[in-house]
Design a binder for this molecule. Structure first.
Ligand code: ATP
Ligand code: MG
Length: 502
C-alpha cells in the first residue's frame, strides 16, 4: 500500500457546454521520503494535478487515496483536516501575508497546531533558522529578496509538520543560487521522511529529486527513479493539529490595522469628520428651526386665530380695478378698509364663542392710514388696531400695554424716527392720532384724539404694531357717532393642535 495514490484521474474544464480535457487518466503512487519532480509543458495540467492532490480542487473524476483510504472530496470536514494536517503548500509567488512579519507568517501556520504559545514561537524560530533566516524574522515580506521570501514560505509550509509538501514551481522566480538553496531545503525535507512533490519546467530542478514524472497531453509519459527514496522513521511523532482558533483571524486583522496604521488613521479621521459634519449640520438645522419657531411664537401667539368676515368683491373691483378704487378712495380721504369691511354682530361673536375648542373671543377694530402727530411732526401708521392676545407682551420693548387713552407705537417706523437714540423716551409723551373713515350715511369723517404713549413695540411677522385698547378705540369712534362693531375677531384656541379644526 502506497502512502499516496492517484487512481485514474480525469479532469476537464468547461467553457459553457464545451469540455477542455486537461488530465486524461493519471495513475501514480508516491511514498514518503521521495522528492518527486513533475515535469511538463506549460498548460500541460501540472498545477491542476497539484490542486487535486492538495485537496483544493474537487471537480474531477477518479480517486486520491491516502494510506489506502480514498479521500471524499465532498466531505468538507475530512478535507479540512487533510489540508491542515497532511499538506504543506509552497507557491511560485510565495503567497506571504504582507502585513505580518516573517515570524508571524510562520506562526500563523503554527496556530493550527496544539503546541503552546512558547513552543510555537520556538518552533517558528527553529524553522526560520533551518532556512537561514534567523536575522530576518522581524522584517516584513516586502523587505526581503525573492529567495528569502521563498525560504519563509518553506518554513511556513513545514510549520504544521505535514507529511506531504506540494511545491508548484518554487524556483520559477529565483536565480540559480537561490534555486540551489531551495532545492537543498526540499531535499532535506524529503530526507526527514516527508513526501515532496515539486512541479517544474526545468530539467536541472527535476534532477535534484529522487524521481521524475513527465506529463504531456494529460497523461504520464514517463516515470523514472533517479535515486533511492529516503528511509522513513515510522516511529516519528507528528505534531498534533487543531482548527484555527477564533481569535487568530481577529488578531491578524488587528495586525493589519497596525501595519497600515497611517492609512487607517486617515480613513478614521475622514469618516469622523464626515459623521461629525452630518451631525453638526443636522443639529444646526434643528436648532435654527427651533430658534425661528421660538422667535415667531415670542411675537405672535400661535394659538390665536384672527377671523374676518367673508367679503364679496364685484367683478369690476377685482385686481387693478380694486386698486384704482382704493387709490381713488384714498384721494377722497376715505379709508378703504373701514368703509367696505363687513362687521361682526354681537350674535355672531356669541356664536364664535360657542365653537368647540374656542377659549376667548376678542373683538378688533382697525383703522387704515392713521397719522400719529408728535409735536410738530407727523408719522404714518399703516394700521391702527386694537390690542389682542395674538400679540405677545414680549414685543413691548419699552413701557407697557396701552390702557385708557393710551397707545403703543411701533419702534422702527415711529419711535426711532422720532429719536433714533433716545427712542425709549417717547413713552409718556403725548401723541395726536387721526384717521379718516366714513359714517353710516357714507360721509367722510375725521377721527382725532390725543393719547399718551404707553409703550413701544417691535414689529411682528404681521408687520408694525400701533395699537390702542378696544375701549379707547370705541370711545374715539363713539365721539364721532361711528359704528363700534368689530371688523375682525381674535379667537384664542385651547390648543395649537385645534387651530385647523377651529
Ligand atoms: N480555471 C480554469 N478554467 C478553464 N481552464 C483552465 C483553468 N485553469 C487552467 N485551465 C486550463 O487547463 C490547462 C492546464 O492548466 P494548468 O494550470 O494545470 O497548467 P500548468 O501545467 O500548471 O501550466 P504552467 O506550467 O504554465 O503553470 C491549461 O490549458 C489552462 O488553460
Ligand atoms: Mg502551473
Amino acid at each position: 500500500m502506497s502512502y499516496l495514490e492517484l487512481k485514474d484521474i480525469h479532469k476537464a474544464y468547461y467553457l459553457g457546454k464545451q469540455a477542455f480535457p486537461v488530465l486524461n487518466g493519471i495513475n501514480l503512487t508516491f511514498e514518503r521520503g521521495e522528492f518527486v519532480a513533475i515535469l511538463g509543458e506549460s498548460g500541460g495540467g501540472k498545477s491542476t494535478l497539484m490542486n487535486i492532490i492538495g485537496g483544493l480542487d474537487r471537480q474531477f473524476e477518479g480517486q486520491v487515496l491516502l494510506q489506502g483510504t480514498a479521500l471524499d472530496h465532498h466531505q468538507e470536514k475530512q478535507m479540512d483536516q487533510y489540508r491542515r494536517e497532511t499538506i504543506g503548500y509552497i507557491y511560485q509567488s510565495y503567497n506571504l501575508i504582507n502585513h505580518l512579519s516573517v515570524l508571524d507568517n510562520v506562526l500563523i501556520s503554527l496556530d493550527m497546531t496544539k503546541l503552546n504559545r512558547a513552543a510555537r514561537e520556538q518552533r517558528a524560530k527553529e524553522l526560520l533558522a533551518k532556512v537561514g533566516l534567523t536575522d530576518q524574522i522581524k522584517k516584513y515580506p516586502n523587505q526581503l529578496s525573492g529567495g528569502q521570501k521563498q525560504r519563509v514560505a518553506i518554513a511556513r509550509a513545514l510549520a504544521s509538520d505535514p507529511q506531504i509538501i506540494i511545491a508548484d514551481e518554487p524556483t520559477g522566480a529565483l536565480d540559480s543560487e537561490n534555486t540551489a538553496d531551495v532545492l537543498k531545503l526540499l531535499d532535506q525535507i524529503a530526507e526527514e521522511g516527508r513526501l515532496v512533490i515539486c512541479v517544474t519546467h526545468s530539467e536541472d530542478v527535476a534532477n535534484a529529486g529522487t524521481r521524475i514524472v513527465r506529463l504531456a497531453d494529460g497523461q504520464i509519459t514517463s516515470d523514472d527513479r533517479i535515486k533511492a527514496a529516503y528511509p522513513v522513521d515510522e516511529n516519528r511523532q507528528q505534531i498534533p493539529a487543531r482548527k484555527l482558533p477564533w481569535y487568530v483571524p481577529m488578531s491578524t486583522a488587528f495586525k493589519h490595522l497596525r501595519y497600515t496604521w497611517t492609512w487607517n488613521l486617515i480613513i478614521i479621521i475622514g469618516t469622523a469628520i464626515g459623521l461629525f459634519a452630518v451631525m453638526l449640520f443636522n443639529g444646526l438645522g434643528n436648532g435654527l428651526k427651533g430658534y425661528i419657531n421660538q422667535e415667531i411664537n415670542d411675537m405672535v401667539n400661535p394659538r390665536v386665530v384672527t377671523v374676518s368676515r367673508y367679503q364679496k368683491t364685484s367683478p369690476n373691483q377685482r385686481g387693478g380695478g380694486a386698486q384704482a378704487n382704493n387709490q381713488q378712495a384714498a384721494a377722497m380721504g376715505v379709508s378703504s378698509t373701514t368703509t367696505s369691511q363687513p362687521t361682526f354682530s354681537s350674535t355672531q361673536l356669541a356664536q364664535l364663542k360657542k365653537v368647540k375648542h374656542v377659549q376667548t373671543v376678542q373683538p378688533i377694530i382697525s383703522a387704515s392710514n392713521a397719522t400719529l402727530s408728535i409735536g410738530s411732526k407727523d408719522y404714518a401708521a399703516s394700521t391702527l388696531t386694537t390690542w389682542t392676545a395674538s400679540n405677545r407682551k414680549s414685543i413691548i420693548k419699552a413701557g407697557h400695554t396701552a390702557g385708557k387713552n393710551e397707545i403703543v407705537v411701533d419702534k422702527d417706523t415711529v419711535a426711532k424716527k422720532w429719536s433714533s437714540k433716545n427712542w425709549k423716551d417717547l413713552v409718556g409723551k403725548k401723541v395726536t392720532v387721526s384717521f379718516q373713515t366714513t359714517n353710516a350715511s357714507g360721509k367722510s369723517v375725521t377721527v382725532k384724539q390725543q393719547l399718551t404713549v404707553a409703550g413701544i413695540t417691535e414689529s411682528t411677522t404681521g408687520g408694525a404694531v400701533n395699537a390702542v385698547s378696544y375701549a379707547t378705540m370705541k370711545a374715539m369712534r363713539s365721539s364721532k357717532d361711528l359704528s363700534t362693531k368689530p371688523t375682525s375677531v381674535a379667537v384664542k384656541v385651547d390648543s395649537r393642535n385645534h387651530n385647523d379644526a377651529v
